[in-house]
Design a protein around this ligand. Structure first.
Ligand code: PXG
Length: 451
């Protein structure tokens, strides 16, 4: 154990000297040292000191089939031997990208049959921004360029991704948002619903989109982009009245509807896509994360026939990445989807583990310091509050959530805090016994947070 500990300290020191972490205060991290994760299997992680954790976040909302899948590793190794890289720019293609495109078209909602590949969710949303504008220009309506998104949305960290996103702390850095992007209210009843019922509030939140479209002029608006369920914003499941209204508004005003399925896609909500769960008919869908269960970086934009046909009128779409459709990443995604289909993972989530997970989550609503629980499929949020009856927030946001997260780690559970909401998004392969373990550890950690 001592040797292990030394190994960990040495790595921590080098890490703090040479590695800049995403979304991190480097100085604060250097003081405590990063946790060194060395191994994973199933739903569990191990650190360099030999501690074991149940990974309640599936890495970063992505390891849907769980860790340690030999089928994916072998498919990638075989592809690397055959053809480790070739581009798809200059009228060439290769078997894995063809097969993956066809597979995605088969799984995607009706009428979405084409895929543009990239390496991440951020790149997918950069593609979305350029693609929807190019679409409208191609069909003779170049004025339609404004993209409307929502406050507290997360669409990535590149210039376009972070601009489309509605995270204020991100907009404060680097001169964002870029022009032509507007934000409207998020459907977060707990924070903004005041004394409306969730269903009344859902319509109010949707109306914010219609007001914004009318203000900008529908002839100037290209698209509305939204996550079916906001993930990084705090697992915000919209009221049932929200999505039908959004759909009506986009249809009526001739605005493209973009579903950001980066988290919701590939089984997370109990269907292949969040759009299936919420009966959304998107024109485009951004995908990443669960597409390869995070084994290799790959993302994409799934495009409807209408948009694809419009784009065809515009000639070249001057956009693409060296790694668009990377063969090894495509092979990883194909192997991942094969696992999901042979093991009927989406069906198991929807019929068995998600209902069980949601019942355990709902039971936590009784806790004196839990103001609300939210969830769908294998997504959950536990909103911690100081004063239950009044839906008040803590005076200093983040402190309680961070403390709870630390207790979780001490108890062998990875659970992320979004301000004071505790977030759960485990591998979709989690068993009933592991769900019991997850909630037993979560409850113990919440109790310790308030003791
Ligand atoms: N869209 C959505 C809905 C996301 O959740 C992205 C786009 C961007 O994907 P890439 O692959 O570029 O990271 C995401 C990513 C968090 C957290 O702390 C969430 C994400 C990424 C990093 C951290 O919850 N989501």
């Amino acid at each position: 154990m001592d040797n292990l500990h030394n190994a960990s300290a040495h790595l921590q020191e080098l890490d703090s000297l040479h590695h800049l972490h995403p979304f991190t205060d480097s100085k604060a991290l250097a003081k405590r040292g990063a946790k060194v994760i060395t191994r994973a299997d199933g739903v569990y992680l191990w650190d360099a000191d030999g501690n074991k954790y149940l990974d309640g976040m599936a890495g970063l909302w992505c390891v849907n089939v769980g860790y340690g899948r030999r089928e994916i590793m072998e498919a990638v190794a075989a592809q690397m031997e055959q053809l480790p890289y070739y581009n798809t720019f200059f009228q060439t293609t290769h078997p894995p990208v063809v097969e993956l495109s066809a597979k995605i078209a088969e799984l995607a909602p009706e009428g979405l049959n084409r895929v543009f590949f990239c390496s991440s969710g951020s790149e997918a949303n950069d593609t979305v921004l350029r693609m929807v504008r190019h679409y409208w220009a191609s069909v003779g309506q170049p004025d339609k360029h404004i993209v409307i998104s929502r406050e507290n949305a997360y669409h990535g960290s590149t210039m376009a991704g972070a601009s489309l996103g509605g995270m204020k702390p991100m907009h404060k850095q680097g001169g964002l948002p870029i022009p032509g992007i507007e934000h409207v209210m998020q459907p977060h009843w707990f924070l903004h619903g005041a004394d409306l019922t969730p269903d009344e509030f859902g319509k109010v939140a949707a109306k914010a989109l219609e007001d914004k479209i009318l203000q900008a002029g529908p002839e100037n608006v290209a698209a509305f982009i939204a996550e079916p369920v906001q993930g990084a914003g705090g697992v915000i499941v919209p009221p049932s009245t929200y999505w039908p209204e959004i759909q009506r508004i986009c249809n009526e005003h001739n605005i493209l509807l973009v579903a950001d399925e980066v988290i919701c896609g590939f089984g997370r909500t109990g269907n292949w896509f969040g759009s299936n769960t919420f009966n959304i008919k998107p024109d485009l869908m951004a995908i990443a994360k669960g597409l390869s269960s995070g084994y290799l970086p790959i993302g994409g934009v799934i495009v409807s026939d209408k948009v694809a046909e419009g784009l065809e009128q515009g000639g070249d779409f001057n956009h693409g990445y060296t790694y668009s459709g990377h063969p090894a990443c495509a092979a990883a995604a194909l192997a991942n989807i094969r696992i999901m289909q042979t093991e009927r993972i989406v069906e198991t989530v929807s019929d068995s583990t998600a209902p069980y997970f949601q019942s355990k989550l709902m039971a936590l609503a009784e806790h004196p310091y839990v103001g609300q629980v939210r969830g769908v499929g294998l997504l959950g949020a536990i909103q911690l509050v100081p004063d239950k009856p009044n839906r008040t927030a803590f005076e200093k946001p983040d402190v309680t959530g961070t403390r709870c997260r630390e207790h979780c780690l001490d108890n062998g559970l990875v659970m992320r805090a979004v301000d004071d909401a505790m977030i759960i998004s485990p591998p979709l392969t989690i068993s009933v016994a592991e769900i019991d373990e997850l909630f037993e550890k979560a409850l113990r950690s919440i109790d310790q947070t308030f003791s």
